[in-house]
Write a protein that binds this ligand. Structure first.
Ligand code: KG4
Ligand code: ZN
Length: 332
C-alpha cells in the first residue's frame, strides 16, 4: 500500500509518499521564506505560496519515488487545526487527486499527527504521555491507545513557540525565533534576568506564557538592546521556559502516576522539540523521575507531510472515524 500525504496548515508546504511498512519513498518540505521579513506568518501570503508550490513538489515527489499517481492507494491531508486558507488548499488538492484516481481520502488532525510522530521511530508502550510544543500549541496528552488521546493540559494564552518567536522579534532576531534564541543563548548568562513562571504552583496541568513575554518586553524597554543583552535575555528566557516545562511535567507525574513511573515514557514533539537546551532539561528530569523522554526523527519535528503519512497509516490500520471537514480550530 502506498500513501500520498499533504501538509499545508501553516508555513510549510510538504508532501510525502510512504509505503505501508513506513518506508519513505519521497518527502519534500518547502519552508516559505516569505514570512521572515514580516516577523511572523502572514496567512494570505502563506495560502498563495502553498498554491504556487504544491503541484511542483508533488511532481518532484512522484519523480523521486518512481511512483505513478495511479499507483497510490490512499490520499490524505491535514484538515485542521491551522490557517484555513492553507487547510482548504492542501485538503482540496489531495481530495481532488483521490477522486481523480478513485481512491479514498483520509483527513488528518495535525495535532494527532504531531502526537503520534514519536511512534514512528520508537517502540512505545501505552499509556503514554506526549508534550506537544509548537508555534500554535502547548499541550500535554495522555495516550491510552491510538484511538484514545486525551488532552490533560494546555496553554491558556500564548503557545510556547509563539513566545519564542515574539521574544525573538523584541530582540530584533528573525523569524522563526526559536532557533535564533537557542543560538544566542549559547553565549549568554542564563541568570542575568529573573523572569516569571506563571501557573507553576497551580494545581493543574496548564501553561501560560503571555506574562513571561510581557516581562521580557518591559525589561527590553528599560535596556539598550545590544548583542550582550540579546544573548543574556535569550539564555534567561530559555532557562525560564525549561523550568516551566519540567516543573509542569513533574506535577503531571506526581499527580497522575503518584511517582510510580515504571515503564512511563514521555514523547516531546513539535518544532520546539528541536531545542537542545530543553532536551537537557528533560534529561535531568529523566534521571530524577525514572522516566524515558523520546523524540520523533528530526525531520518530523517541524511541520512535515511524513508525520501526516505516518498518522494516515496508523489511522487506517486502527479503524479511525475517517469523516471530518477542514476546521481551523480542530481539537483531538
Ligand atoms: O511544529 P512547528 O513547525 O509548527 C507548528 O505546528 O506550529 O513549530 C514551529 C515553532 C516555531 O515557533 C519555531 O520558532 C519553533 O517551533 N522552533 C523552535 C526551535 N526550532 C523551531 N523553538 C525553540 N528552539 C528551537 N530550536
Ligand atoms: Zn505543527
Amino acid at each position: 500500500m502506498l500513501v500520498f500525504s499533504v501538509e499545508t496548515s501553516c508555513d510549510e508546504t510538504s508532501v510525502c509518499i510512504m509505503k505501508e511498512d513506513k518506508t519513505i519513498l519521497s518527502h519534500i518540505v518547502y519552508s516559505q521564506a516569505i514570512h521572515t521579513k514580516h516577523g511572523g506568518v502572514v496567512p494570505e501570503l502563506a495560502s498563495r505560496a502553498h498554491l504556487e508550490i504544491l503541484q511542483q513538489i508533488t511532481k518532484e515527489a512522484l519523480k523521486e519515488s518512481g511512483v505513478k499517481l495511479n499507483e497510490i492507494n490512499l490520499f490524505s491531508a491535514t484538515c485542521g487545526p491551522g490557517l484555513i486558507g492553507g487547510l482548504l488548499i492542501g485538503s482540496t488538492f489531495a481530495k481532488s487527486l483521490s477522486i481523480g484516481n478513485n481512491k479514498p481520502f483520509i483527513p488528518i488532525n495535525h495535532l494527532e499527527a504531531h502526537a503520534l510522530s514519536s511512534f514512528y521511530n520508537n517502540e512505545i508502550k501505552f499509556p503514554h504521555l506526549s508534550l506537544l510544543i509548537t508555534g500554535g500549541h502547548t499541550q500535554i496528552y495522555f495516550l491510552e491507545n491510538y484511538n484514545k488521546i486525551i488532552l490533560i493540559g494546555e496553554t491558556i494564552d500564548d503557545a510556547i513557540g509563539e513566545a519564542f518567536d515574539k521574544v525573538a522579534k523584541m530582540l530584533g532576531l528573525s523569524y522563526p525565533g526559536g532557533p535564533e534564541i537557542e543560538k544566542k543563548a549559547l553565549e549568554g548568562n542564563e541568570n542575568s534576568f529573573k523572569l516569571p513562571q506563571p501557573l507553576i504552583n497551580e494545581d493543574n496541568f496548564n501553561f501560560s506564557f503571555s506574562g513571561l513575554k510581557t516581562s521580557v518586553n518591559l525589561i527590553a524597554k528599560k535596556n539598550i538592546i545590544d548583542e550582550n543583552f540579546i544573548r543574556n535575555m535569550s539564555a534567561s528566557f530559555q532557562k525560564c521556559v525549561g523550568a516551566i516545562l519540567t516543573l509542569k511535567l513533574n506535577t503531571v507525574i506526581t499527580k497522575l502516576y503518584k511517582n510510580n513511573t515504571k515503564n512511563l515514557s514521555v514523547s516531546v514533539v513539535g518544532g520546539v522539540a528541536n531545542n537542545d537546551y530543553l532536551k537537557k532539561c528533560f534529561k535531568n528530569l529523566e534521571k530524577k523521575e525514572n522516566i524515558e523522554f523520546i523524540y520523533p526523527p528530526k525531520y518530523m519535528m517541524n511541520d512535515n507531510a511524513a508525520m501526516i503519512a505516518w498518522a494516515t497509516i496508523l489511522k487506517y490500520k486502527n479503524n479511525h472515524d475517517l469523516n471530518f471537514k477542514p476546521n481551523p480550530r480542530l481539537t483531538i
